[in-house]
Design a protein around this ligand. Structure first.
Ligand SMILES: *Cc1c(COP(=O)(O)O)cnc(C)c1O
Length: 404
């Protein structure tokens, strides 16, 4: 007879097999705000190179002050979904400000970008439609597409010839609407999608183009609008990408929250039908107020955006000069290639002893034999901190025989 004990035995054996495969993720406990340096529960202070804190806004004073002022003016929580009593004036303001920042007609807030992607496809696309997705797209995009009835197609990562082939086949199959969806910037490689090429291909096949710009909003492009601006697809302040999803949980302050931006009727239909929007609590006022302050900051100056790129150029140049192989590019995500999974873990562990917090990624997060250390550069880092990190990399790399 199956029982709770029987079930727990099954769960324990699942955990054991994760452990045996070396796939258990341990959570490191931090006792300070997120920043260029953090302190661990055991008291060690580390230079932090693994946060999505691209602009250093996670512990920015003005942003924190805006959050506190908004708690004073609008309270802590709303205890409601948006369509009952969870919409304040500031929620409408933030949606308008995000739309303006990204160059779209409107925007809709979610509790997370995971929800924005999870709730995007099912209300908009059905059996007659085709969604074409990059094979390395984020898990939330994959899940969101699974929830809709549209025909699904995948193209090889960043492979424009394969995308053209998929578009052709979708059209040949008589699709009603065709949507191409890609991460604007890919988190494991720092690759920026070829949106200029993709826009031309989509236009040639009458397809819509959508991006998830979680690793770009706030700092990619000349004024930090994102990968569409980076690729010249923000013309006179208007986005040439049809739909943009994004997060408030990375460069834009790093708390939590997500959004979808696009044409007004699309956003309106999402308000009516998108399940994570309809059936999940409104965004906390403090986050909304702080996010408006973040947009004020980014629209008034490109200082932080410029700093993260200057820091990135410095770090990429210095780590390459130290003999490490990096994936080329200009994104603050800098993959330092180790290839061997065990070596990558040893390198990360040694760096931690040397006061540098980085994480090794290996299969199944990246392909087998492609293990790496992913460094994420921030505007909050000083040049001295970045140089100290490179020196530690060089020392640990020499000890492990990775560099000379
Ligand atoms: C981080 C990330 C998400 C999830 O964002 P949350 O707001 O934390 O849910 C979605 N898509 C991409 C590409 C991401 O990098």
């Amino acid at each position: 007879m199956p029982s709770a004990e029987h079930f727990l035995t099954h769960v324990r054996s699942e955990l054991l097999s994760l452990q045996e495969a070396g796939l258990m993720k341990a959570e490191r406990v931090i006792t300070t705000p997120q920043g260029a340096t953090v302190r661990l529960a055991d008291g060690r202070s580390l230079i932090n190179l693994c946060a999505n804190n691209y602009l250093g806004l996670s512990s920015n004073e003005a942003v924190g002050a805006a959050a506190q002022a908004t708690i004073a003016s609008h309270g802590f929580g709303l205890s409601s979904v948006r369509f009952i009593c969870g919409t304040q004036d500031i929620h409408k303001t933030l949606e308008q400000r995000l739309a303006r920042f990204l160059g779209t007609e409107d925007a809709i807030l979610y509790a997370a970008a995971f929800d924005a992607n999870g709730g995007l496809f099912e209300p908009l696309f059905g059996e007659a439609d085709v969604v074409i997705s990059d094979e390395l797209n984020h898990a939330s995009i994959i899940d969101g597409i699974r929830l809709c009835k549209a025909q699904r197609r995948r193209y090889r990562h960043n492979d424009m010839a394969d995308l053209a082939e998929q578009l052709q086949q979708a059209r040949a199959g008589g699709a009603r609407h065709v949507l191409v969806f890609t991460d604007g910037a890919f988190s494991m490689d720092g690759t920026v999608a070829q949106l200029d090429v993709m826009r031309r291909l989509c236009d040639a096949h009458g397809a819509l183009l959508a991006i998830d710009d979680c690793h770009a909003t706030g700092f990619m492009g000349a004024t930090g609008r994102g990968t569409h601006e980076h690729h010249g697809l923000l013309v006179n302040g208007r986005s040439k990408v049809d739909l943009i999803t994004g997060t408030l949980g990375k460069a834009l302050g790093g708390a939590s929250g997500g959004f979808t931006a696009g044409p007004a009727p699309v956003i309106e239909l999402l308000r009516q039908r998108s399940r994570p929007y309809l059936f999940s609590n409104t965004l906390a006022p403090a986050i909304v107020g702080a996010s408006i302050a973040v947009l004020d900051l980014l629209e008034s100056s490109t200082t932080l955006r410029d700093r993260v790129h200057a820091n990135t150029r410095h770090f990429r140049q210095a780590i390459a000069a130290a003999g490490f192989e990096i994936k080329p590019g200009e994104h603050p995500i800098v993959p330092i290639m180790v290839y061997d999974a065990v070596l990558a873990q040893q390198l990360a562990a040694r760096l931690l002893e040397l006061g540098i917090y980085v994480v090794g990624f290996f299969f199944p997060v990246v392909p087998r034999g492609q293990a790496r250390i992913r460094v994420q550069v921030s505007a909050a880092h000083s040049i001295e901190q970045l140089d100290a990190a490179v020196a530690a990399f060089a020392q640990a790399g020499r000890e492990l025989g990775l560099v000379r």
